[in-house]
Design a protein around this ligand. Structure first.
Ligand SMILES: Cc1cc2nc3c(=O)[nH]c(=O)nc-3n(C[C@H](O)[C@H](O)[C@H](O)COP(=O)(O)OP(=O)(O)OC[C@H]3O[C@@H](n4cnc5c(N)ncnc54)[C@H](O)[C@@H]3O)c2cc1C
Length: 589
């Protein structure tokens, strides 16, 4: 996440102060009030205010006392001096956009948002850690071309930087890189260049953040419909570089379905397709080389995407199921009938209880009564056990007729699996909470817990079993590594495809008393990924590989797959200028 000094060119949200040691804006955090309850500070989010049930959940479900036991350390006092390639600096400075050597800016551009990276910032920064040497802010495609050419000429490393929300160590400079490293921050390339309502396409610059992109397109009465949970900060270029997926992929598609053309500035020239046409038969699709390239081949500067008219109607929905297994069967049948609404997510019982704990204080007396009655209706009338039930949240979008027919089909399928329609407010709140999750991750640090999310894709036949096996493996690995208490493990099925699903896990464990929490946590995450593979899942559905999952690439695409990627990389970037070390292990043959 970046903030630059060019306030006049950026929306205020792109310049508001961000936290150096965690997620999001400085004015927003979860905190403990004098009465001992948890509340969310600031006014940005609808959940701001007291969360009266949260404390009880922490104490019973996590088994810990709610108090700050691990406040963050101060901003690192010793950051390494930048390595300067003087000929590069001389030619670049003052010519192709702003260049900064500011230590705080360099640190901010040297990490993403894995739990391990944030832990290191908060509790264990060491002066010898490598950070980028400079941050450059190109203003247009031409600046990027010139800067990349200059880096090739002087053998300077480039790491493209979008919104900084990577969860794969995608932005961290590789240890041992002795050349000067520049982070190329795309935030000043933030325009919607044009919108063509005849062809339903738009041309967008790479550095535009998701939320602002949506707002700008809305002014034209259109939407791209791509809404990853990180959309507040992640950028259009970052989405392409990581093969991102948004919550409304059922209606609009994932980024690979939305992208018509993209421009990639590489060390050997610019890769792009000439015409923004719907389909081309010309060998393997060049877009597919750009999508998921994770900053290893070049810098994406802009792209043309498909757009749709703004939906006439948007309706939220919620369904509760007696057990998670029933919900998974429901999801599979919805996919079989290709009846998915714009978004459909199923949370397991642990996450259901967690989301209930995040309900804001109900100020209206009648509201609390109504909530109580609804709970009674589900538990007593339908006989659901609150410690077993699961919930689906839904977003329907389209014309009035489309929405009404989608609702009919989906709720009829839900009934077959004993699903009961619940208060739509729960559905809406479920989606709003997605913006809160990373703030909660930081709050968890303070109370002594390290937590993370990770995802996979898996065939329907293995979906339920994979969920159970991974949670059990995390618990077993925690016991083996002598983690205090029981870890929190939870999952949700977030996407329903023809052939399978995307499953998204949260894990959290107590780190107080562990000698090397980052090592232990990484071992447990590794065990979870190993179990994912054993249970028929993939290396990643949308987070990508970065350096975090690099040891699993061979299992995912085989040795020939790796050498194909390596050959491509060597051909496009023979001097390894884009040396962030993502995707391909430099030591692999
Ligand atoms: C709280 C949270 C929620 C998330 N939710 C989702 C989600 O719902 N769906 C999803 O898909 N992901 C999600 N992610 C992961 C992350 O947001 C995505 O990977 C996102 O696409 C990264 O975009 P970014 O602009 O932040 O890129 P960055 O984090 O800045 O960079 C990511 C990688 O892409 C490269 N890169 C960035 N911009 C460019 C460019 N212009 N040209 C070439 N390479 C570039 C970088 O070098 C790096 O390797 C989430 C992450 C967090 C922390």
């Amino acid at each position: 996440m970046s903030a630059t000094q060019d306030d006049d060119e950026l929306d205020q949200r792109a310049t508001d102060k961000l936290r150096w040691n965690g997620w999001g804006y400085e004015d927003t955090e979860f905190a403990i009030s004098q009465s001992g309850d948890v509340y969310l500070t600031g006014q940005r989010y609808s959940s701001a205010g007291e969360l009266p049930s949260f404390r009880g959940w922490v104490e019973t479900d996590l088994g810990i006392d709610l108090r700050v036991v691990a406040p963050s350390g101060p901003f690192p006092s010793h950051l390494p001096e930048p390595t300067k390639n003087e000929p590069w600096v001389k030619e670049a400075e003052g010519n192709y956009g702003k260049i900064s050597f500011d230590p705080a800016e360099r640190l901010q551009h040297s990490h993403g948002h894995t739990a391990q990276e944030i832990f290191r910032l908060r509790y264990g920064w060491k002066p010898e850690y490598r950070i980028v040497d400079a941050v450059v802010y190109p203003r247009e495609h031409g600046d990027v071309e010139k800067l990349v050419a200059l880096c090739v000429k002087h053998n300077v490393v480039v790491i493209p930087y979008g919104g900084g929300t990577s969860v794969t160590y995608g932005l961290s400079p590789p240890d041992g890189e002795r050349r000067m490293i520049i982070s190329m921050d795309m935030s000043l390339m933030n325009k919607v260049k044009w919108v063509n309502k005849k062809n339903m396409t738009a041309c967008i610059e790479a550095g535009l953040r998701g939320i602002l992109l949506a707002e700008k397109l809305e002014e034209y009465g259109v939407t791209m419909g791509h809404e990853p949970d990180s959309a507040e900060f992640s950028t259009f270029g970052g989405w392409i570089a990581t093969r991102a997926s948004g919550m409304k992929k059922n209606r609009y598609g994932n980024i690979e379905d939305l992208l018509v053309n993209a421009k990639l500035v590489t060390p050997i020239g610019v890769i792009h397709k000439e015409a923004p046409v719907p389909r081309v038969s010309c060998g393997p699709d060049i877009n597919q080389i750009i999508l998921g390239s994770e900053g290893t081949l070049g810098v994406i500067t802009e792209g043309i995407v498909k757009i749709r008219p703004l939906p006439e109607h948007r309706i939220f929905g919620a369904i509760v199921f007696p057990r998670f297994e029933d919900g998974v069967k429901f999801m599979r049948e919805v996919a079989y009938h290709r009846a998915q609404p714009a978004s459909l997510r199923l949370v397991d019982n642990e996450q259901f209880r967690f989301s209930q704990a995040l309900k804001p204080k109900s100020t209206a007396y009648f509201q609390s009564i109504a909530d109580l009655l609804k709970k009674k209706y589900i538990t007593q009338w339908h006989g659901f056990d609150v410690n077993q039930m699961a919930a689906a949240t839904l977003v329907f979008e389209g014309t009035k007729e489309e929405v009404s027919s989608q609702q009919k089909i989906v709720y009829a399928i839900a009934k077959r699996y004993n699903g009961v329609k619940a208060d739509a407010k729960n559905g809406k709140r479920g989606y709003e909470l997605t913006f809160m999750i990373a703030y909660l991750r930081d709050f968890a640090f303070q109370v002594g817990m390290i937590s993370e999310s990770f995802e996979t894709s898996v065939p329907w036949s293995n979906t339920y079993a994979l969920c159970q096996r991974v949670k059990e493996r995390v618990r077993a690995a925690s016991r083996l590594l002598k983690v205090p208490g029981e870890p929190f493990t939870s999952c949700r099925v977030t996407q329903a495809y023809d052939v399978g699903s995307c499953v998204y896990f949260y894990i959290a464990l107590q780190f107080q008393g562990l000698d090397d929490p980052v090592h232990v946590f990484s071992e447990i995450e590794h065990a979870a990924r190993d179990e994912i593979f054993k249970a028929g899942g993939s290396i990643s559905h949308h987070h990508g590989v970065g350096k975090h999952r690099i040891s699993f690439v061979k299992q995912a695409i085989g040795e020939t797959g790796i050498s194909t990627l390596q050959t491509l990389k060597n051909g496009i970037d023979p001097k390894n200028i884009f040396a962030n070390g993502n995707l391909i292990d430099p030591t692999s043959k």
